[in-house]
Design a protein around this ligand. Structure first.
Ligand code: BG6
Length: 291
């Protein structure tokens, strides 16, 4: 396993050719390629990678709030999706989980935050984020620890932008019959039919799948199974595509018709709050399998 650890990015390449690249800003996974060099994640050509803005694409990490939560006092002042995706993380090192897989660890704690972020959310916490690359899969796992004396509540989400050929022929299965909050029209108590999800307009939904985290959510592209997402301790799945108008409104979304080539299927704990007492830890993870 080859690792290169630059000042702003860490990349790992397996002997069989698969690779992953992580930007220390946000611990954002920017790229995941299979052995043939085929990219699996969508990254906007207009994404800012210099730390001036959260990355548009890859796998941004949402913590400690999903979206904004004006009614949740402790997080109400934070920017959309929190500060983890806007903070510079530390690379803690790698461990080889076998001769052909690698785990890269990243850390962020209250001490690493800039003063502005620390004032907006004054809790003592530690985050450990592990990215594991294996020939047919990528896992991302987050452990949140309360390192202070005061309890806090948090949400987290692995905001994966999957690269796909054509959104019009994408289907997402595994969320059938599940309740969801439709963020497009604001209706909170809808239920998915027993059909797969298809896309024909702006889509922004928070599902709590009835089948539980271990049951895969599958992304099919033109009739071919592309990705299988298995969750661990993350009860919710957000499905998002901005479509024409929302994409047009995002300055860092390029090319403008790039929404045709991406779909976000995001594993998280966002429909409620995880309460961590002093010393408590919460762990949540996803594994994405190819095919
Ligand atoms: C999704 C949300 O998770 O992230 C959407 O459900 C939101 O509502 C999208 O638009 C992108 O958010 P941002 O802050 O990266 O533009």
């Amino acid at each position: 396993v080859t690792i290169s650890d630059g000042s702003s990015r860490v990349t790992a390449v397996l002997p069989t050719g698969e690779s992953v690249e992580i930007l220390l800003f946000g611990a954002t996974v920017l790229s995941w390629k299979d052995a043939s060099g085929d990219e699996k994640l969508w990254l906007s050509e207009g994404a800012k990678l210099d730390g001036t803005k959260a990355v548009r694409g890859g796998i941004p990490l949402v913590f400690p709030v999903f979206g904004t939560a004006p009614d949740h006092e402790a997080t109400s002042k934070l920017p959309q999706h929190g500060f983890a995706r806007n903070s510079r993380w530390e690379f803690l090192g790698k461990s080889e989980t076998s001769s052909n897989s690698v785990k890269l660890d990243f850390g962020l704690s209250s001490e690493n935050l800039d003063d502005a972020a620390r004032q907006l959310w004054p809790y003592k916490f530690g985050l450990l984020y592990s990215v594991t690359l294996a020939p047919e899969s990528l896992s991302t796992a987050l452990v949140v620890t309360n390192e202070g004396d005061v309890p806090f509540e948090c949400q987290t989400l692995l905001h994966t932008y999957f690269k796909i050929k054509d959104i019009a022929s994408v289907q997402v299965t595994g969320l059938e019959d599940s309740p969801f909050h439709d963020k497009v029209d604001g209706v909170k108590d809808k239920t998915q039919s027993s059909d797969p999800i298809t896309f024909s307009g702006e889509t922004d939904r928070v599902y709590t799948p009835v089948k539980g985290p271990g049951h895969p959510v599958i992304i099919t592209d033109g009739g071919v199974e592309k990705f299988r997402v298995v969750r661990d301790n993350l009860d919710d799945v957000v499905v998002w595509n901005p479509w024409v108008d929302k994409a047009a409104g995002m300055g860092d979304f390029q090319p403008k018709d790039g929404w045709k080539n991406m779909v976000c299927v995001e594993a998280g704990a966002v429909s409620s709050w995880q309460k961590l007492e002093k010393g408590d830890a919460f762990e949540g993870a996803q594994t994405i399998y190819l095919h």
